[in-house]
Structures are given as structure tokens and as C-alpha cells.
Design a protein around this ligand. Structure first.
Ligand code: DX5
Ligand code: ZN
Length: 229
């Protein structure tokens, strides 16, 4: 399956919001739905003030998942774990700009493993800081909440950031995917796609809904509002 940009936006349900006591059930929901990727949030309690799950859980997800694994590392010193992510099945790996002293080296380490390389930006981190690596990236992950927890309120300033990275991508890296993560759901997905988002991560909006498969379908089939400008 291609993970490249298509005319249609991609939906990446966040497993963080799944029922961990019935993980295989929620993995099946993603497999059986129109979702495109599995978004897997790994937190270390240091880079973010929360701990989610680690490699044994990633391994179990990988055994049952039938779609690409998109691993979002919210950890310090991610270089130490890149190979393990790849070996357990990650196809896309996001590291945080704020966690990487030698970001260029880390991006190329991900690519040398054969994975797609993505850099995540916290809400306070400007797009301009990616200026010297933009051509090297497969994806930019724009955090629309402060990372660490699901179910937070979407930060509206994100729309301008999406537009900014999309403009940069048009000039310098046409294949670049723009991912948005945090507070995304049926209520704002149309506007996010219109701003230039390609990959929409959603946790609570999907798994806390009455019918996750229908919610994914609604998000997948949304049409961006008509631009009146
Ligand atoms: C937050 C994580 C998100 C989270 C999104 O730090 O990176 O992927 O699961 O959850 P919602 O969609 O509930 O905001
Ligand atoms: Zn995430």
C-alpha cells in the first residue's frame, strides 16, 4: 500500500484512545474501517508529562494491524529506539524537533532504516525552524495540542501553521505530507484539509464516539468547505 500523498486526505486513528483491555477489538475497528494508518503514540514521562505504552504493545499492535504503522515518538533521545521501531514494523517515524539536538542526523538515520521520516513540532515551535531540513522530510507533524494527552482542545493557531508549511512544501518539497495531531474530529476536519493537511490523527473523536467505524467514514469522506476568497 502506498503511503504517499494522494488527492484524498488520510485518516490515522490514534491507538492511545483505544480500549487497552480490548486492544484487539479496536485494532480490528481500524482494520475494518476506511482508516489509512495506525497512529501509535509512545511517551516516556520525560519529554511529555505522561507515559503511554512501549515496545511490547507496539509489537502486539503490529501483529494484528493490516495498515501502515505511524509511530509518534514523544521521547527524549529518540535515536536510541529508531531501529527497534523499524524492527517492530514502523513505516513512518515522527521525532520531535524539541527532542533532537542533531535533527539532520536523526532524520537520515530514520531514512537509512527504510522508514519515512517525519518531524513533529510542538504548538510553540515555528515552521521556520525546519528551513534547513525541509527537503529531507517525508512528513511534518504539526501538533495542534501540547503533546502528552488525548482529548485536549484544538489550538486554532494551527490553521495558519498548516498553511505556512503547505506553502513551503509547494516551493521546496512537493511530496511532503502534512499531518495534524490533537483535537481533530468531524467538526474541524474539513477546515484542516482546506488549510492543507494531508493526514489527520484522531483519538477521542473516533474511539469515544458511538460508532467508530462510521466516524472514520465521516472523516474520510468530508469535503472541505468551499473557499470563498
Ligand atoms: C497527544 C497525541 C495524540 C493524541 C490525540 O500527545 O500525540 O496522538 O492521541 O488525541 P485526540 O485526538 O483525542 O486529541
Ligand atoms: Zn500523536
Amino acid at each position: 500500500m502506498s503511503i504517499y500523498k494522494s488527492n484524498n486526505h488520510l485518516i490515522a486513528p490514534s491507538v492511545l484512545a483505544a480500549d487497552f483491555a480490548n486492544l484487539s477489538k479496536d485494532i480490528a475497528v481500524i482494520n475494518d474501517s476506511e482508516a489509512d494508518w495506525f497512529h501509535i503514540d509512545i511517551m516516556d514521562g520525560v519529554f511529555v508529562p505522561n507515559i503511554s505504552f512501549g515496545f511490547p504493545v507496539l509489537k502486539s499492535i503490529a501483529e494484528y494491524a493490516k495498515k501502515p504503522l505511524d509511530v509518534h515518538l514523544m521521547i527524549v533521545d529518540p535515536d536510541r529506539y529508531l531501529k527497534q521501531c523499524k524492527d517492530l514494523g514502523a513505516e513512518i517515524i515522527s521525532v520531535h524537533y524539541e527532542a533532537c539536538t542533531h535533527l539532520h542526523r536523526t532524520i537520515h538515520a530514520i531514512k537509512e532504516l527504510g522508514c519515512k521520516a517525519s518531524v513533529a513540532l510542538n504548538p510553540h515551535t515555528p515552521i521556520a525552524l525546519l528551513d534547513d531540513v525541509i527537503e529531507d522530510l517525508d512528513m511534518v507533524l504539526i501538533m495542534s495540542v501540547n503533546p502528552g494527552f488525548g482529548g485536549q482542545k484544538f489550538i486554532d493557531r494551527t490553521y495558519r501553521k498548516i498553511e505556512e508549511v503547505r506553502k513551503l512544501a509547494l516551493l521546496r518539497n512537493e511530496e511532503l505530507l502534512v499531518q495534524v495531531d490533537g483535537g481533530v474530529g468531524p467538526h474541524n476536519i474539513g477546515q484542516l484539509v482546506q488549510a492543507g493537511a494531508d493526514v489527520l490523527v484522531a483519538g477521542n473523536a473516533i474511539f469515544a464516539s458511538e460508532n467508530p467505524i462510521a466516524t472514520i467514514q465521516e472523516m474520510k469522506n468530508v469535503k472541505p468547505p468551499v473557499n470563498l476568497v
